[in-house]
Design a protein around this ligand. Structure first.
Ligand code: LLP
Length: 427
């Protein structure tokens, strides 16, 4: 178990004695000046640090940490994690191609999740030899068998089991109940595994589960894993010996405050999983997304103007729901800080973007230090499901992204141009 650390949970800090916010030692003012705004800034150091915390928590136990790349699929981040030995949890043919371009050497460490895999996606994944298909239905298993036979390749599969446990999170990101579209019931899984015995194109390789996202307690992960462990035993009795158990992702961060016990939370998550699997001697896999990248990232935005409507004050910024849709979609809270040393005077405001939707807000009724037009704000904990869920709505151009490592930064995604935006259209 790693030592309890007092590390800040965010890499965005001010120099001692106050002053302007940096990503580590790299000034956000400077980055905004150099690359323009809105701008995503990610800390490579924190991403690597988080990855190593998971690995350390597993200790001697054979493990594979598969980054759920949907959280932020920038190729530079994929490469960073692949170099650490990470695997990847993918959910589409597009994500597969990204890994193959950024880190082809990691193809054998890919697990493929998702309820809607098509024949073409399965064919490509078989061709490049991914580690495991996380199969979510009887129909998909049948299709996988057909495609594997056609390609004359053995498909390693895990059934994604729905453990029917409730985890406290937003309903849109909860997945582990029987009424959700994901996975198959434990009962059905047992029958499906048995049905593949003797099929030389299918290898019952593992079992997988994912109960939801932004779960900050270890208990539901442990409860789900107990049920999986019981299934693994039942399968063993039936002569089916699995090589891996994939516990999924879902570990949450604290959006509301800085400085929770990051290492401790990772340790209890991993302990809840491994303790349920003491009788299983195969490999344990996990699929963290948010926990690896959320706090490493900030969205830096410039105040366009400050306006008042009646009693209400608005800070209009150049970022919008197109760059960070989480507040609009999940009523998510993201801390916002002025980049420059904050003024003492605070006022209650809505921080809104220029998009023509009332849902276009980054914060509502938020007490913030007074800011003026031209100043910079940093929207924190935006590294997961920020850039990745961004859109071109209102013909807004996708923003640039920089990766900070040590005292240096590099551009990992240039700002989109109008020509990029129109390239696929036919007039
Ligand atoms: N594995 C599977 C099968 C998943 O569906 C997900 C996330 C993960 C792993 C990674 O979960 P994480 O460790 O990031 O919680 N857009 C939402 C989150 C959606 C999560 C979807 N599945 C948000 O912004 O909160």
């Amino acid at each position: 178990v790693p030592q309890k650390t007092k590390m800040e949970s965010r890499p965005f800090v001010r120099p001692e004695g106050g002053g302007s916010l940096g990503c580590g030692k790299v000034s956000l003012e400077k980055l905004a000046k150099k690359y323009g705004t809105p701008l995503y800034v990610d800390s490579a150091d924190q991403i690597v640090e988080r990855y190593r915390l998971f690995k350390a928590a597993f200790g001697e136990r054979e493990s594979l940490v598969c980054y759920a790349m949907k959280a932020n699929s920038a190729q530079a981040i994929l490469k960073l994690l692949a170099d650490e030995g990470a695997g990847f949890d993918i959910v589409s043919g597009g994500e597969l191609e990204r890994v193959l371009r950024a880190a082809p050497e990691a193809a054998g460490r890919i697990v493929f999740s998702g309820v809607g895999k098509t024949a073409a996606e399965i064919d490509r994944a078989l061709e490049v030899g991914i580690l495991e298909f996380n199969v979510e239905s009887a129909d998909e298993l049948e299709l996988l068998a057909q495609r594997a036979k056609k390609a004359k390749k053995v498909a390693r599969f895990a059934l994604r089991v729905n453990p029917d446990v409730l985890a406290a999170t937003h309903p849109y990101i909860s997945t582990g109940l029987k009424e959700h579209k994901f996975g198959v019931s434990i009962k059905e899984a047992l029958e499906l595994y048995k049905s593949t015995v003797g099929n030389k194109w299918l290898e019952a390789h593992g079992v997988s589960v994912h109960i939801g996202s932004q779960i900050t307690e270890a208990t539901p992960f442990g409860a789900a894993m107990q049920r999986i462990a019981a299934l693994v035993k039942q399968l063993e009795r039936a002569g089916i010996k699995l090589k891996s158990v994939d516990a999924g992702g879902g570990l949450g961060i604290d959006y509301e405050k800085d400085g929770f016990d990051v290492a401790g939370r990772v340790a209890s998550f991993v302990a809840a999983i491994t303790e349920a699997l003491t009788d299983f001697d195969g490999r344990v896999m996990i699929e963290p997304g948010r926990f690896l990248v959320a706090q490493a990232g900030a969205l830096v935005t410039r105040v366009v103007r400050v306006k008042k409507n009646g009693r209400k004050s608005f800070v209009v910024v150049d970022a919008a729901m197109t760059e960070l849709i989480r507040p609009a979609l999940y009523e998510a809270y993201h801390e916002i800080q002025p980049v420059a040393a904050p003024r003492a005077e605070k006022i209650k405001v809505d921080v809104v973007g220029p998009v023509c939707e009332s849902g276009d807000f980054l914060a509502q009724d938020r007490k913030l230090p007074v800011v003026e037009a031209g100043e910079l704000l940093a929207v924190l904990d935006a590294g997961a499901y920020g850039m990745a869920q961004s859109s071109n709505y209102n013909s807004r151009l996708k923003v640039a992204e920089v990766l900070v490592q040590g005292n240096k930064e590099r551009l990992i995604r240039r700002r989109e141009t109008m020509d990029d935006l129109l390239a696929t259209e036919i007039l």
